[in-house]
Design a protein around this ligand. Sequence first.
Ligand SMILES: NC(=O)c1ccc[n+]([C@@H]2O[C@H](COP(=O)([O-])OP(=O)(O)OC[C@H]3O[C@@H](n4cnc5c(N)ncnc54)[C@H](OP(=O)(O)O)[C@@H]3O)[C@@H](O)[C@H]2O)c1
Length: 346
Amino acid sequence: MQASPDVLFMRRALQIARLGEGKVAPNPLVGCVLVHPEHGIIGEGWHPYFGGPHAEVNAIRSVHNEDWLRESTAYVTLEPCSHFGKTPPCADLLVAKGIPRVVICNTDPNPLVAGKGIEKLRSAGIEVQTGILEKEGAQLNRFFFTSFIKKRPFITLKWAQTSDGFIAREDGSSKWISSVESRLRVHSWRAEHQAILVGSGTLRTDDPMLTVRGWKGKSPVRIVLDPDLTLPTHLRVFSDPTSETWVLNQVKDESTGHLHFKRLNPLGFTLADVLDHLQKDGIQSLFIEGGSRLLQSFIDAGLWDEAFVFKSDVVFGTGIKAPVFQHHQFITSEHSGPDILQKFIH
Ligand SMILES: NC(=O)c1ccc[n+]([C@@H]2O[C@H](COP(=O)([O-])OP(=O)(O)OC[C@H]3O[C@@H](n4cnc5c(N)ncnc54)[C@H](OP(=O)(O)O)[C@@H]3O)[C@@H](O)[C@H]2O)c1
């Protein structure tokens, strides 16, 4: 079946929204396409970075002849905002420009907007249609939506396991299980997330940098759980200033350079406390790279959304067992160099 023009133009708006990936958080990814019945696409814009102009503003700025707007449809991936934030309301701008029709993919879960943008457009006499490619839009902005709906960051789990189900040798001598291709993908995922977390066992054994390398993008904030501050201070997450390191602990609140010690409940904290803290600090996406015990504690608590598991053809025989899911839905399986990459959702 052929896609309708509304679907085609919304697909284009979703495509350009992605150009803000890794740069807009904690704002959503938004794209806007302006279409004239005779001239076709007359303007396009996206939200390029946090605090930057909204997609609708950039799309309107890109139009050569503003008179055409009075006969055009605006395709916007997220309900236009109705409140004064870092920029004036986009709903007012669309009204002021005399755009007669607005097609929207998702309504905004932010209570400051949540339907008020649509209301504003309709009460100005604009024809509004919603829900076009809604599922695709929700997937694109899964970090933003999860943060508003579940009141915690979107959680992505990732690990690599041998064909006999181990993530490491007992003595920690097995640094790489997955291939170069798979490891490059991991760097691309790091660049998409706002924060990254590994267990203290992994920090002690592997001393990872947890930065983005070999891929373009910002390194995520490194989260370390160290309740009593017992981790060795020579670890690279403490000494390397490439990105911030937040040490969640029970002892002190202190900041020096890239290192931020954040005291949670001094009597002990749970994973829910950790997520609550990250949510309050504006973290909408958390990438958890291991090891097995940390991943299993998130799985057992039901606190995850998406998981990527690399299966290599390496055999260990013995070692640290890979995590095990309780409830999950298997989504896809594909080759990643010599490995198999499986995707699961909760
Ligand atoms: N193949 C892979 O994809 C992969 C990825 C990462 C790591 N690894 C390997 O995995 C090995 C380490 O795995 P592991 O399972 O032994 O250790 P781990 O999961 O990295 O760390 C376990 C530690 O994290 C802390 N922790 C776990 N759950 C916690 C929670 N809910 N709240 C607070 N702290 C929590 C605990 O530290 P305390 O006991 O200090 O409280 C626990 O001992 C290493 O050899 C590493 O090379 C493999």
